[in-house]
Design a protein around this ligand. Structure first.
Ligand SMILES: [Zn+2]
Length: 270
């Protein structure tokens, strides 16, 4: 069994009428469980509906760092009741994005500060609800957003596990997350010829410390690079990392699925 630990089934890039085919193709590819993440308040209802319709789909609720300026100040308070829903398996997508420029009317500093405030609030909600936090970080260069997010995680690591998704950082940074009890996850970038260093990081980490994901509809793995991504394609990422590690596809699929179910315990019941 494979698990796509990160995708956005409610994205406008997927027509509602396509969802059945997407989940069916995933199942045919061995992807029996899918985690679909909300990125804003408006996204939550759609994601809950998807989880209702399709067995094996769990959702996460959160405000994406690129969306914090559109969200009300009390957005995390609004999310709070959803954390008790059986279909909600984690808190996110939250995090820090220093790649995209601050929106109009915002200074870079104020925008980053709001992202940090929201991230902090997501951790507090996760701690109250016993769920893990799914974190996005992105920089133009360097790893300042990662460093800042890891530092915030460190303050909560005794109560909460964090998953640094779509990880493209160094082995040293992956190990910093793992040493706090967190996980990283690898997506389609791992299969890109231009990202051999990411594949090398994925090859070197111990089993049980990382998950697989698509981040679909974005970042499709080879041989679908440049096309719209979907959960079935996590199989390509699994094959690529398994080959680089010298392990069988089935072994890597089993270990990453086990780690995903430990991070998202409610997913096992869906
Ligand atoms: Zn995402």
């Amino acid at each position: 069994m494979l698990i796509d630990s990160h995708c956005h089934l409610a994205s406008h890039k997927f027509e509602p009428s396509e969802r059945e085919g997407i989940v069916h193709r995933a199942s045919l590819a061995g992807v029996k469980k899918i985690v679909s993440l909300a990125t804003c308040l408006e996204d939550i209802a759609d994601n809950l509906t998807i989880a209702d319709i399709f067995p094996g789909v769990g959702i996460c609720v959160g405000i994406h760092p690129c969306d914090v300026h559109n969200a009300p100040d009390n957005a995390v308070e609004v999310i709070k009741p959803f954390a008790n829903d059986r279909r909600v398996v984690g808190i996110g997508e939250t995090g820090l994005d220093y790649y995209h420029p601050a929106p109009e009317g915002w200074s870079e500093e104020d925008f980053r500060q709001r992202q940090k405030n929201f991230l902090q609030q997501h951790f507090l909600l996760a701690a109250r609800s016993g769920l893990g936090v799914v974190i996005h970080t992105r920089d133009r260069s360097g790893c300042q957003s990662f460093d800042d997010a890891r530092e915030i995680y460190q303050r909560h690591a005794d109560k909460v596990r964090a998953l640094f998704h779509c990880f493209i950082g160094s082995r040293e940074n992956a190990e910093k997350v793992i040493s706090l009890g967190g996980l990283v996850s690898f997506g389609g970038v791992t299969t890109f010829k231009s990202a051999r260093d990411v594949l090398a990081v994925a090859s070197g980490l111990p089993l049980g410390t990382f998950l697989l994901e698509t981040d679909s509809p974005y970042l499709a793995p080879v041989p679908h690079r440049g096309q719209r991504n979907e959960p079935a394609y996590v199989a390509h990422t699994c094959a690529c990392i398994a080959a680089a590690r010298g392990e069988s596809f089935d072994d890597l699929a089993a270990h990453t699925s086990q780690a995903a179910l430990e991070f998202f315990p409610r997913l096992a019941e869906l």
